[in-house]
Design a protein around this ligand. Sequence first.
Ligand SMILES: CC(=O)N[C@@H]1[C@@H](O)[C@H](O)[C@@H](COP(=O)(O)O)O[C@@H]1O
Length: 239
Amino acid sequence: MSDPSLTAFRRWQDSAQGLLKKIALAPERHGAADFIENVSGSGTKVAIGHSSATYEEALEAVYAGANIFVHTFNGMSGLNHHAPGMVGAAMDTPNTYAELICDGHHVESGAANLLIQEKGIDHVALVTDCMSAGGRRAGEYVLGEFPVIVKDGAARLKDGGSLAGSVLKLLQAVQNLVQWGRVSLYDAFKMASYVPAVSVGIEDECGLIAAGREADFIVVDENINLQSTYLAGKEVYSK
Ligand SMILES: CC(=O)N[C@@H]1[C@@H](O)[C@H](O)[C@@H](COP(=O)(O)O)O[C@@H]1O
């Protein structure tokens, strides 16, 4: 781990030919505010997470231009009434976007519903945090340098058993959220498509089905089960 570096960021952005839309950092690292101001000013969205920052440090990052909380609740300082932490800052900054992993392992339904109630469906973005075992059978994998065991729909570190990414599909997140009873099907899909697109400023390219957008979409039945998948307007999968 290291402190954020503008020199490194510019090198990565050059290599990516300007394609980096979003970068995440822990706001308590040295130089974070300056990095956030410069990077968000250049058009790349800055997310904050994997962090034990205080509420105040998180707010400072938001004031500097950070606009997304990385998988809210997970890997961040929690909400305590004496120390509101990163979670408190996510709830207390109405214009930021809070990512949420709705696989039923990362966040209890009550906590997910509370976050959605606090921020509104237009500021909660469903994400998977899916690691390399997604779509594959249970067994042993690695996340970066860490051995991980995938079992019963969860990916956990071999050493210690902490959750380490997920094997969630975004459609399953939509199904779970609807089943948890507070969010309509329409809103759950919006939180999985349009809201994340807006959070990174690419809603004029994707995130809804409309003229001029990329026609990548799925078709589901009345039970929210996948029927077909379209990429660039062409059917590439059908049940
Ligand atoms: C790619 C990745 O590993 N993402 C995070 C992980 O860092 C964190 O440890 C876990 C549980 O967080 P928690 O123990 O704070 O709920 O959530 C996610 O899986």
